[in-house]
Design a protein around this ligand. Structure first.
Ligand SMILES: Cc1cc2nc3c(=O)[nH]c(=O)nc-3n(C[C@H](O)[C@H](O)[C@H](O)COP(=O)(O)OP(=O)(O)OC[C@H]3O[C@@H](n4cnc5c(N)ncnc54)[C@H](O)[C@@H]3O)c2cc1C
Length: 379
């Protein structure tokens, strides 16, 4: 397959590079140290169409394809993964199911407000007793007059500490089947919901929450699509998002590789730049090759999403490869820098910690292997 980005896609890349240099790069050090997400960025994202990048223009979006979405993710992640992760939760997984399955009222009230940068979404699926086995989730929704009563807990929820609403998965029937799980749009604050902000080692400026839910009432119009059983929309959103977060991994790996390459050209040991020591040059060669494989997988996957031919297994293969490879490349970058690799003066230690997040986020590597291996018998 011949592959080239279109002039329009290249132009978006230039735009996001400029945006990230102006609005993100100068703040990275401070927000990572204070572990605080700069929420004033959301309206700025909206101004340049980034909140609705993947949605059609007739629905208020920017009408961009998945390849362009991945370009944005790659470049934003190259500068700051915390911001890229929070943006992704607010624009993709947190609102995609509303766009796909919401009622007109829900689209106007929550989806459109999210696209304007006025309402920030968090996607609440994982729970303390299981992030991998989502079908067994325990948070319950019980029908009461005029609405639903929610009880349970959600763990590791990106954006939850400052979100305006949660897109929350809850069990509306006791059976362990996927049609027993429904989605609710839950406005925050809610008197039945308390959110603790968690301490993390990676993506520190992306705020992550533990959500306690005790007799939280939501009105009937909070049930996504007005009907029970919307778990299939979660699976659909996850498949597309797994290609997306692979682009995040590509951005981090590129950043670490570029820092290491630059360092290796200028750091002198025994009178010559360390890149002239074959062991260092070979490490950099492996890193360059890893980045190249990631690039091919991400943009092939994105193109397949745009063609409507990216299935769950392909998305899992891409996510598995890119998340594991990003960890390897970012660790290699630390090794190339030696002691400097662990100093905050250089970003590679932070990038490595950030890369570890995608060994878990959007499903662990083991879960990706389970998904892939289930399809092998049929091949
Ligand atoms: C920074 C961060 C942000 C996140 N943001 C969100 C978010 O916004 N919304 C959200 O809903 N979730 C979010 N998550 C949760 C994430 O999706 C889960 O952490 C992930 O799915 C794993 O779940 P768990 O942590 O409960 O691990 P567990 O499910 O307890 O798994 C523990 C270990 O057992 C392995 N394992 C489990 N089941 C199997 C199996 N069947 N076969 C083989 N191995 C298995 C896992 O691979 C893992 O190694 C986030 C996580 C992190 C770290």
């Amino acid at each position: 397959m011949d592959f080239a980005f279109t002039p329009a896609q290249e132009q978006v890349r230039e735009t996001i590079i400029r945006f990230a240099q102006k609005h993100i790069a100068p703040r990275v050090r401070e927000i990572e140290e204070t572990e605080t997400f700069p929420v004033d960025l959301f309206p700025k994202f909206a101004d340049v169409g980034l909140m609705g990048i993947r949605y059609p223009e007739e629905d208020g979006g920017a009408g961009m394809d998945k390849v362009t979405d991945c370009i944005v993710r790659e470049e934003m992640s190259r500068v700051c993964q915390s911001i890229s992760a929070a943006w992704s939760a607010a624009t993709h997984i947190g609102i995609w199911p509303i766009w796909r399955g919401g009622t007109d009222y829900q689209k106007e009230r929550w989806f459109s407000a999210a696209l304007r940068g006025e309402a920030i979404a968090a996607f609440a699926l994982s729970e303390p007793d299981g992030g991998s086995d989502t079908r067994a989730l325990k948070t319950k929704a019980e029908k009461v007059p005029g609405g639903w009563k929610l009880n349970g807990a959600k763990l590791y929820i990106t954006n939850a500490p400052f979100a305006n609403f949660l897109l929350l998965a809850a069990r509306t029937k006791p059976e362990l089947t996927s049609d027993a799980i429904s989605l609710f749009i839950v406005d925050l604050p809610n008197p039945g919901i308390v959110i603790d902000k968690l301490d993390k080692e990676g993506i520190r400026a992306s705020e992550t929450g533990l959500v306690h839910i005790a007799d939280a009432f939501v009105p009937d119009e909070a049930l996504l699509g007005g009907k029970e059983g919307s778990y299939h929309l979660v699976m659909e959103a996850l498949a597309e998002n797994r290609v997306g977060v692979s682009a995040n991994c590509l951005g981090m790996a590129r950043n670490a590789y570029e820092v290491a390459l630059d360092y290796a050209k200028t750091r002198l040991v025994r009178g010559k730049p360390i890149i002239e020591h074959q062991a260092v040059a070979h490490r950099l060669a492996d890193m360059a090759t890893d980045v190249e494989t990631m690039r091919w997988m991400v943009y092939h996957g994105a193109w397949r999403v745009d063609q409507g031919t990216c299935d769950m297994a392909l998305a899992s293969k891409i996510k598995l490869h890119c998340s594991e490879t990003a960890v390897r490349v970012t660790e290699s970058a630390i090794r190339v820098l030696g002691g400097a690799g662990l100093m905050r003066e250089y970003p590679v230690g932070r990038i490595h910690r950030d890369a570890l997040v995608y060994l878990m986020g959007e499903g662990t590597s083991e879960i990706q292997r389970n998904i892939i291996s289930r399809t092998l018998k049929a091949e």
